[in-house]
Design a protein around this ligand. Structure first.
Ligand SMILES: [Zn+2]
Length: 290
């Protein structure tokens, strides 16, 4: 059963997008601050682009299949060389475009991303070969790093064991924009990849650290969902805390995950289950940890 669940988790983003015509995929571009844009790919995954005198820096590369459309939109913003590509973490909806977007760039990520992409990956029946060298991160951040680029001193920080073991967050101090990767599924239950070092308790702790550390007027860009304010992040965090308590309480009364699902103990959070992680999957995620 566990094997089947893992299989479903890993494949879900592909099922969701499998039927699309990738050449027609919609990309919504929003200016976050002068020189800094958010590109929302297929209404599903966010990419951030910084451009200026030094060239272009891209955060996350979205899906392999959306790369051509993504490059088209990046080139509307700037025709300068892409100097840096940052992968917030190892998942394919954030690294898939590395082979094109990162081809002539330095690729920055946590060591776990390099390790993951350097190995052959199995997705159901399919074997995905290891990425070529030029698409694998060559600048590794396992603590933190400052990067001066386009008049910003960009702060890159590793937060351990939330969504995966190697989540990076990226802060642009002048723009006051924080890119959170998949530590933010804005408005939805998050995916916690326990098979790649994620943990729901660490996930909440890391979100709390972000709430404590960054200013109240910060703009927050998650890997999925809309742009959030500090207050919205606080609300999201608090609602997740409540769901932990509901599942923990039910478990303490001896309820099984199946019973929790059948009784829909998280029905009050129905809307948060309307994206990738449903109410049922959120129960399955939390149960072993509470
Ligand atoms: Zn992810």
């Amino acid at each position: 059963m566990r094997k089947i669940l893992i299989f479903i988790f890993l494949l879900a983003p592909y099922f969701l997008l499998a039927q699309r015509d990738w050449s027609q995929i919609e990309i919504t571009v929003t200016e976050l601050s002068p020189g800094l844009h958010r590109l929302f790919v297929a209404n599903a995954v966010a990419v951030v682009v910084s451009h200026g005198d030094d060239g272009v820096l891209v955060i996350d590369a979205a899906y392999e299949q959306s790369t051509d459309r993504l490059m088209e939109e990046i080139r509307k913003i700037s025709d300068k060389p892409i100097k840096y590509l940052i992968n917030t973490h190892l998942h394919a909806d954030h690294t898939g475009g590395n082979k094109v977007i990162g081809k002539d760039a330095d690729i920055i990520a946590h060591p776990s991303v390099k390790e993951f992409l350097s190995k052959e990956q199995r997705r159901g029946e399919n074997i995905i070969p290891a990425f070529p060298d030029y698409a694998i991160p060559n600048i590794l951040v396992d603590d933190n790093m400052d990067l001066e680029f386009n008049s910003e001193k960009i702060q890159i920080t590793h937060l351990e064991g939330g969504h995966t073991e190697g989540d990076l967050i990226i802060y642009f101090p002048q723009a006051n924009v924080l890119v959170m990767g998949d530590l933010l599924f804005a408005g939805y239950f998050p995916f916690v990849d326990v098979n790649n070092g994620g943990n729901p308790h660490s996930f909440l702790e890391n979100v709390q650290r972000i709430l404590d550390h960054f200013p109240n007027d910060v703009t927050l860009v998650g890997g999925h969902g809309p742009v959030f304010s500090h207050a919205e992040l606080q609300t999201w965090h608090d609602e997740l805390v409540k769901t932990f308590a509901v599942v923990a309480e039910a478990k303490s009364r001896g309820m099984s995950p199946e019973q929790m699902k059948n009784q829909r103990i998280l029905q009050d959070w129905e809307e948060m289950g309307s994206f990738f992680i449903t109410e049922d999957r959120w129960i399955e995620t939390l149960y072993p940890f509470l």
